[in-house]
Design a protein around this ligand. Structure first.
Ligand code: C5P
Ligand code: ZN
Length: 485
């Protein structure tokens, strides 16, 4: 589904309305309270809005939340006399917002599936309202970016941050793992502003910053069994191919490899994946479009937009989202050092859990139509989202959705991360809708996108919830089969 010009224009008109609303409230001297989501897209959105408000001379505060629910809504409600701007969250929780914040001035800039109509006092901007594919073609930070651009053309220098957010939300689903749809307009703006270069290459993680064997080991999308997370084996793999990992004393990065060496590496990785039972599209997803942030220093993780996104996720998930927002707003130096440390900690934690899962296949349960990963208390809730994404790219020829969950012990809550595959979403399957319905049935909240979604609900409902999700997925897959999609 590609947005046509009419849809794009209608959507952009809404971003101008939102900008006007922000301007009016700021002119009245009101503080802007920005609330955004803890993932890379949400932190990018917060950074973009932060810079735009600063340039407008507006007093503002930014709060980052793990997810949206009644508690967050009530806390926002207690903040009086301010304009509330919700970023990368809100659309899926309009019923809660209508109930708790009726009549309050709120601007929602989001791309999650809307769950109803907003109160008339709210300005609700979301590409999904215009028939645009909001899981793939524009993110929360993209929506924030277009609103920032509507505030001032000067904010076009922030387009590259919206690219980071879109890649954080895995929106690179177009040809050659590129960004498409409305995201292409963001890419055009970033290129025009001189902040972005678009290249095609092997998509190893840290192509500019890390020794090749580390880049191989750090690559988890796609997941390469026997290589991802395995530095020693990656080094042996390279040596086996006759690719020199060092030039003199200096480690070589992917960008130092010749064309022939890259071709040799790609073909060996393809053979490796084929020998593990993966279809050829898995190997092809190792090649693709790279987004280089030209103004960032080479050798830093901010240079490659995908690595930048992981760094942001790391700050959020290790409890330091303020660092991520500050970096998006332009802070470097000490902030970047701390964020780098968070990235290293986050990466090691993910690798540790992936190993743990490999050693404990009993954590997996195959139900009629879903796989469940019983992360329970063994897998930290902060990484369950990343782990479930990696698993969804790592299991060969996956055809059932994965429902992974962790337990947040002190709160008696289970946190669910659900992922499905494009083969199903292309037929109209929507895991976000299923998460919403199933979580609400058991007094929780859930939602998201057709391909990636989540939920939080009381732990005591765990088994009934999983059984219900399995039934809903079974029913939906049957409906799709019978309608002949
Ligand atoms: O937490 P996780 O990364 O698995 O969430 C996947 C997607 O589902 C995110 O876009 C998140 O915002 C969305 N989500 C939601 N409502 C929830 C939980 C997650 O909309 N209760
Ligand atoms: Zn998002």
């Amino acid at each position: 589904m590609t947005a046509n010009q009419g849809q794009t224009e209608d959507f952009l008109r809404e971003t101008h309305k939102a900008a006007e609303h922000i301007r009016e409230h700021v002119a009245k001297g009101q503080t802007v309270l920005v609330i955004s989501h803890m993932d890379a897209d949400g932190l990018s959105a917060a950074g973009i809005m932060g810079v735009a408000l600063k340039r407008l001379g507006a007093p503002f505060r930014i709060r980052i939340e793990r997810w949206f629910d009644e508690n967050v809504a009530q806390e926002i409600a207690s903040e009086k006399n301010c304009l509330i701007v919700l970023l990368d969250m809100g659309s899926g929780y309009l019923s809660i917002l209508n109930q708790e914040l009726k009549g309050r001035p709120i601007v929602i800039l989001d791309h999650h599936q809307p769950d109803g109509e907003p109160d008339e006092a709210f300005v609700h901007v979301n590409p999904a309202l215009f028939g645009i594919d909001s899981a793939r073609d524009l993110s929360g930070s993209g929506t924030a970016y277009f609103t920032a651009k509507a505030l001032s053309d000067r904010n076009m220098d922030l387009a590259c941050i919206a690219i980071v957010g879109a890649l954080g939300d895995l929106q690179d689903k177009h040809e050659n793992r590129s960004l498409g749809g409305l995201n292409s307009l963001v890419v055009e703006d970033a290129v025009q502003a001189g902040t972005l270069a678009v290249e095609t290459d092997l998509l190893l993680f840290g192509r500019e910053t890390r020794p090749i064997h580390k880049a191989l080991a750090y690559t988890t999308n796609p997941f390469i069994p026997g290589i991802s997370g395995e530095e020693d084996k990656s080094l042996a793999f390279l040596l086996g191919l006759g690719i020199k990992p060092k030039e003199g004393e200096k480690w070589r990065a992917l960008r130092d490899l010749s064309h022939d060496e890259k071709r040799k590496l790609f073909s060996a990785l393809s053979d490796h994946l084929a020998s593990r039972g993966y279809k050829s599209d898995r190997a092809m997803s190792l090649l693709g479009t790279i987004y280089v942030l030209k103004r960032e220093e080479p050798w830093t993780p901010l240079r490659d937009a995908r690595e930048f996104a992981l760094l942001l996720n790391a700050t959020g998930r290790t409890g330091k989202p303020g660092l991520g927002v500050a970096i998006c707003m332009g802070d470097r130096g000490h902030c970047l050092e701390q964020a780098n440390a968070a990235l290293e900690e986050y990466r090691q934690t993910i690798t540790k859990y992936l190993r743990w899962i490999e050693e404990h296949p009993d954590l997996f349960e195959e139900m009629t139509s879903i796989y469940v990963l019983h992360g329970g208390e063994s897998i930290d809730e902060k990484v369950i989202s990343a782990v479930s994404t990696i698993l969804s790219t790592g299991m060969p020829n996956l055809e059932k959705p994965i429902i992974a969950y962790s337990i947040i012990p002190d709160e008696n809550i289970m946190k669910v991360s659900a992922r499905t595959v494009d083969v199903l979403t292309r037929k109209g399957f929507n895991i976000g809708e299923i998460m919403r319905i199933a979580a609400e049935k058991f007094s929780g909240t859930g939602g998201g996108h057709d391909v990636a979604a989540g939920a939080q609900l009381p732990l005591k409902a765990r088994n009934r919830f999983l059984k219900h999700v399995d039934e809903l997925v079974t029913r939906e897959l049957r409906r799709i089969r019978e309608s002949g999609s």
